[in-house]
Design a protein around this ligand. Structure first.
Ligand code: HEM
Length: 420
């Protein structure tokens, strides 16, 4: 598709508000061949029906060896550093039957029940973070709240000892700051994380018989499927993808979600009143709507055609990369009434914010728990929370896959007597 009037994608202006460009693509070039900032060419799928179908199409492989340009080998496709760090065999890079086996194993350890039991800990972490800035009357909600919360939560869940969690905070900080930029530092952080995880897994394997350790890494080591166990490398790759997939996404859910509420005061008021009355129904649908309206994952991760196929009538060649634009699909007027309006009580909301098909987000229950807890606690404890800068001054992070703010400066009436 080479339409001269096609919008320019992937600039800073586009990052601030990509939705008009996506509306144009949905209407005029719903399956659009685009040259990405890395120089790699890919098909962008923007309509809801096509997106949903593509996410579930077994002819689209997640394994980068199928890419005709072999861009993964040059570090242009995939998570920075994952190749050099030998963490390739994680869920988002593999197809059945390996995917089926590993997903079944991890699902035995990472159960909805484990997440539900974790709820009080998420409340505690959330309160502790708010305590750290509540008396100041101002904060950067990304650095002081949205960023640390998921890191500490996942570290706790995995069983990373408290004294080591700040290392993870540093490594993750490097990944989030430079995810769309220089890759050297990111690759080094990934390497350190992998070395740490391998060592931790080794230690926990040794300790399994003596203690009834109930953390997720011990659960991963214990999980067996027809007598099969995860190797230490597989367990490290799994722990890594849980961290990687569960970290920046949740930062963005809290960041984009809070920002959307601050920009839509009537909706925010409805939610604040409902939470104040101890109700949970609107809170639950609000998080789903925030995932649809300005979700953390703008484009689903890479897929590659293993044979010639068509998406929305457009022929796709073998080896071509396909990127499903979740942010565009979730604003498709063919599927959502008033798609550009934030409606926290929206009922018919089968959004694609967590993906669809066999790679559907494994961490969705945890993400919902963290998102609901973070937003409800913020609105309750800092009821007059407001944006401290003009929206035009905010900058969005530049990466291709994720959509999130670099900073979110807010002000509120300082809370003086924070006791703990
Ligand atoms: C997969 C979104 C939080 C773990 C995915 C996918 C999406 C997604 C869209 C599918 C990607 C694709 O098909 O290309 C989100 C969002 C989150 C979130 C919006 C937060 C609001 C989490 C958390 C964890 C997690 C907290 C775990 C701690 C995973 C894993 C996969 C995945 C392991 C790969 C599943 C597979 O390939 O079978 N997520 N995610 N995610 N997510 Fe999440």
């Amino acid at each position: 598709m080479t339409d001269a009037s096609a919008p320019t994608l992937f600039t800073w202006e586009f990052a601030a508000d990509p939705y008009p460009a996506y509306a144009w693509l949905r209407e005029h070039a719903p399956v659009h061949r685009s040259t990405l900032p890395s120089g790699v060419e890919a098909w962008l799928v923007t309509r809801y029906a096509d997106a949903r179908q593509a996410l579930a199409d077994a002819r689209l492989s997640k394994n980068p060896v199928h890419h005709s340009e072999r861009a993964h080998a040059k570090g242009k496709v995939g998570i920075p550093g994952e190749r050099s760090a030998d963490l390739m065999t994680h869920l988002l890079n593999i197809d059945p039957p390996d995917h089926t086996r590993l997903r079944r194993l991890v699902s035995k350890a990472f159960t909805p029940r484990r997440v539900a039991e974790f709820a009080p800990r998420v409340v505690e972490l959330t309160d502790r973070l708010i305590d750290s800035f509540a008396s100041r009357g101002e904060a950067d909600l990304i650095h002081e709240f949205a960023f640390p919360l998921p890191i500490y939560a996942i570290c706790d869940l995995l069983g990373v000892p408290a004294e080591d969690q700040d290392d993870f905070r540093d490594w993750a900080g490097m990944m989030i700051r430079h995810g769309g930029g220089p890759r050297g530092g990111v690759a080094r952080s990934v390497k350190k994380m992998r070395a740490y995880l391998l060592e931790l897994i080794h230690r926990k394997r040794g300790a399994l018989r003596d203690e009834g350790a109930d953390d997720l890494i011990s659960g991963l080591i214990r999980a067996s499927d027809h007598g099969e166990h995860l190797t230490e490398n597989e367990a490290a790759a799994m722990a890594f993808i849980l961290l990687f997939a569960g970290f920046e996404t949740t930062v963005n859910l809290i960041g984009n979600g809070t920002y959307a509420l601050l920009r839509n005061p009537e909706q925010r008021r409805l939610l604040q009143d409902s939470v104040a009355q101890g109700e949970s129904a609107l809170l639950a649908s609000a998080v789903e709507e925030l995932l649809r309206y300005d979700g953390p994952v703008e484009l689903a991760t890479w897929r590659f055609a293993t044979e010639p196929l068509r998406i929305g009538g457009q022929p796709i060649g073998t080896g071509d990369p396909v990127l499903v634009v979740l942010a565009a699909a979730d604003r498709d007027p063919e599927r959502f009434a008033g798609p550009d309006t934030l409606d926290l009580a929206r009922r018919d909301n089968p959004h694609l914010g967590f993906g669809h098909g066999i790679h559907y987000c494994l961490g969705a229950p945890l993400a919902r728990l963290e998102g609901q807890t973070a937003l409800a606690t913020l609105l309750t404890r800092l009821p007059d929370l407001q944006l401290a800068v003009e929206p035009e001054e905010l900058r969005w992070r530049g990466g291709l896959i994720m959509r999130g703010l670099r900073t979110l400066p807010v002000s509120f009436t300082a809370v003086r007597d924070v006791t703990n």
